[in-house]
Design a protein around this ligand. Structure first.
Ligand code: NAD
Ligand code: AKB
Length: 327
């Protein structure tokens, strides 16, 4: 497919990048999509790959020029749990990476930016249920602090320089194609792999710890949609609340057991449960629905059925060989 867009995805090897870069390639043509990350991806990709740190401004600028990049999706970040163990590095990557990309837009080297924020901008003073777009944001992790500062920076660059920056506060994302990297909501991905491969899982969140979550397919659709709508439709230039599902580990366990009947689970909450305690349990996304027509497609049982089907296919060989437990 021919496209006037030339897209750069920074952090293309990560949980979201792995899926998003391919979806963008399918939509805009693989020759128009460039992935970049600190290291080459493990498997060959259909898109072009460039080895680069977002913190290396000169190299990044060369890549942007060389490929005539128009749109940047900036996904490189330290997430909540990893960030708490690396406060300085998390601040450096999460803030300076964003600043570099915003400055490329200010200098007219690129036209449009997607940068994700997170429900981690909220904290214990936010209402637990249906946290609104303008609910109190007093985060208790360096990750949440950097996301909140990033939102403000995006808003400032939009107002001052007219930058077309679009952002979503993703909830915890769950998919089967890629593994997460250092988040508090990662349990909801790990649990599926362990259930299929070994029939058991030890969960690091408490069984009643309800959090806002979303199937990766819905998150990718939202990301592509928010970047597609006309400039004027985007009324919020900090970041949009986005909602789809909310459930506890116990509720997810019960849903998985409908497919893996002898699934066993132990709950041994660790420090990540303390981070999760401070986040809201559900989100109000009225503005995203109103401004650019956001609507999720997957409920909990549809998501679980889809993930289990895909993972059973992926692990089929090992299940037949008996290398992993047959469920
Ligand atoms: P991830 O950790 O899985 O992937 C991040 C990628 O960035 C990795 O491949 C990593 O190698 C790369 N990276 C790290 N440092 C880099 C650097 N200096 N230069 C270039 N690349 C670098 O993260 P993810 O889950 O894919 O999240 C992507 C974005 O979405 C992040 O901004 C994150 O805060 C946000 N987000 C994710 C979730 C979620 O549930 N996954 C929820 C809310 C927000
Ligand atoms: C994390 O748990 O850190 C992420 C997020 C909700 O931002 N998944």
């Amino acid at each position: 497919m021919s496209s006037t867009k030339k897209i750069l995805v920074i952090g293309s090897n990560g949980q979201i990048g792995t899926v998003l870069t391919n979806k963008l390639g399918e939509k805009f043509g693989f020759k128009n999509v460039i992935g970049s990350d600190l290291r080459p991806p493990e498997n060959p990709t259909k898109f072009i790959f460039e080895n680069c740190s977002v913190l290396d401004q000169n190299k990044l600028e060369k890549i942007i020029k060389q490929h005539n990049i128009t749109d940047v999706y900036l996904l490189a970040a330290y997430l909540s749990a990893k960030g708490e163990k690396n406060i300085d590095k998390a601040w450096d990557l999460n803030m300076n990476g964003l600043l570099h990309v915003l400055n490329f837009a200010k200098d007219k080297k690129i036209q449009k930016i997607f940068w994700p924020s997170s429900i981690a901008v909220f904290g214990p003073s936010t209402p637990k249920n249906d946290a609104g777009q303008y609910a109190i944001t007093e985060p208790t992790t360096i990750y949440g602090v950097s996301k909140l500062a990033g939102e403000t920076l995006c808003h400032y660059y939009h107002k001052k320089f007219g930058i077309d920056i679009r952002s979503i506060r993703y909830p915890g994302l769950i998919g089967w194609e890629s593994m997460p990297g250092g988040g508090t909501t990662d349990y909801a991905v790990d649990i599926f792999h362990e259930a299929i491969k070994h029939g058991e899982y030890t969960c690091f969140l408490a069984k009643e710890r309800t959090l806002p979550m979303m199937y990766m397919n819905d998150a990718i659709t939202a990301t592509i949609n928010i970047m597609d709508v006309p400039f004027d439709k985007i009324k919020i230039r900090t970041s949009y609340n986005l909602s789809s599902l909310h459930f506890s580990p116990k509720e997810l366990e019960e849903e998985i057991r409908k497919h893996v009947c002898d699934f066993k689970i132990k709950y041994i909450p660790d420090e990540r449960d303390e981070l999760a305690q401070d986040w809201p349990q559900s989100i109000d996304d009225t503005y995203a629905r109103r401004d650019w027509g956001w609507e999720p497609n997957f409920n909990l049982s549809q998501m679980v059925a889809d993930i289990i089907l895909n993972l059973k296919n992926r692990y089929k060989k090992e299940l037949i060989n008996g290398t992993v437990k047959n469920t």
